[in-house]
Design a binder for this molecule. Structure first.
Ligand code: HEM
Length: 331
């Protein structure tokens, strides 16, 4: 009798704890559309798959899109709104080079014909990024859904996005402002294991870095051989040529980006900065060491957890915001 009462109390306690945890995740839940739009996740996956069949570089672009959506006002699809008078969030220079918005639009169009007004654009962004990770050979993971779309898009809101020139300290504080710690910063920056950067983002690193003795030149932390390689790819004033963020391993989702960062072969300055701060150095080392594949920490599940964490920044749920009919326009 006593033990059955104890187990009932324990069951109730677990129920209450479960409720608290689900509230603290902003009422998102895995499989949110399982009855309201059962084909939601597979439709997004097939839109991503078909876009990548004609252009595989769309996969890293979709992964980046989640970061750019979630860091500005939260994961609310505010980045997808097209203004017309250059006043929408997406017009901010911080979103330079952002692609993949058309893939989200195309998944949304299919979903509107299957289940009108049900699946939010904010969820499509997060699902597409999740699929992009898996399709480049990264981990497959569940993402909770149930986000709603914002009714707001302001040009200046995107000023908060991290910049390639930010120091590790500034990057850490921008991540902290979004509820993410130094470990998330390293894990999520390792998304640069896939994809490319325009030379635009490394011009200053190659030719215009303030030097300790005065004047400007190349970032002295870049090893000589790598500096010549980068300069030969990105001549002064070349903004458009693209080069791999993860030297030697641009298409495969792996930990080589972390070894590149450790060995001085980071391409963009913000990745290099991760090796200038004791806390982030420890994280880079812990995931790039030979033994981590055997004894942990394990990069793939931890990266997936960090993506889920980033995907819950500032979400709108319940009756907040709206579910847009077109991702590029408020209803
Ligand atoms: C820590 C701050 C970060 C900075 C300063 C930064 C900066 C950049 C820059 C400058 C590019 C090149 C863009 C282009 O030329 O098209 C880029 C690309 C990319 N970023 Fe980041 N990033 C950061 C964090 C992240 C995070 C958190 C993610 C996702 C989890 C991410 C995913 C990507 C991906 C996948 C690409 C390749 C895009 C493509 O190939 O089209 N980045 N990033």
């Amino acid at each position: 009798m006593g033990s059955s009462r104890a187990s009932t109390t324990m069951a109730l306690l677990l129920l209450v704890l479960g409720a608290i945890v689900s509230v603290s995740q902003g009422q998102l839940q895995v499989g949110f559309y399982s009855s309201s739009c059962p084909g939601a996740e597979s439709t997004v996956a097939s839109a991503v798959r078909s876009a990548s069949a004609s252009d595989s570089t769309i996969l890293p672009a979709l992964l980046r899109l989640q970061f750019h959506d979630c860091f500005v006002r939260g994961c609310d699809a505010s980045v997808l709104i097209k203004g017309g008078n250059n006043n929408a969030e997406v017009d901010n220079g911080k979103h330079q080079g952002l692609r993949g918005l058309d893939v989200i639009d195309s998944a949304k169009a299919q979903l509107e014909s299957q289940c009108p007004g049900v699946v939010s654009c904010a969820d499509i962004v997060v699902l597409a990024a999740r699929d992009a990770v898996a399709f480049t050979g990264g981990p497959s993971f569940d993402v909770p859904t149930g986000r709603r779309d914002s009714k707001v898009s302001n040009l200046r809101d995107a000023d908060v996005l991290p910049d390639v020139k930010d120091s590790a300290q500034v990057l850490r504080s921008k991540f902290a402002a979004a509820g993410l710690d130094h470990k998330d910063l390293v894990l999520l920056s390792a998304a640069h294991t896939v994809g490319t950067t325009a030379c635009f983002f490394i011009q200053d690193r190659l030719y215009n870095t303030p030097l300790p003795g005065g004047g400007r030149g190349s970032d002295p932390s870049i090893p000589d051989a790598f500096l010549s390689e980068l300069k030969s790819r990105c001549a002064p004033g070349d903004f458009n040529t693209r080069l791999a963020l993860d030297r030697g391993s641009e298409r495969v989702f792996d930990t080589s980006i972390l070894r590149n960062i450790r060995n001085g072969y980071a391409v963009i300055a913000s990745d290099a900065a991760l090796y200038n701060d004791t806390a982030t150095v420890d994280v880079v080392d812990s995931y790039s060491g030979l033994l981590s594949a055997v004894f942990g920490p394990y990069f793939r599940p931890d990266f997936a957890d960090a993506m889920v964490k980033m995907g819950s920044i500032g979400v709108l749920t319940g009756s907040q915001g709206e579910v847009r009919k077109l991702c590029s326009k408020f209803n």
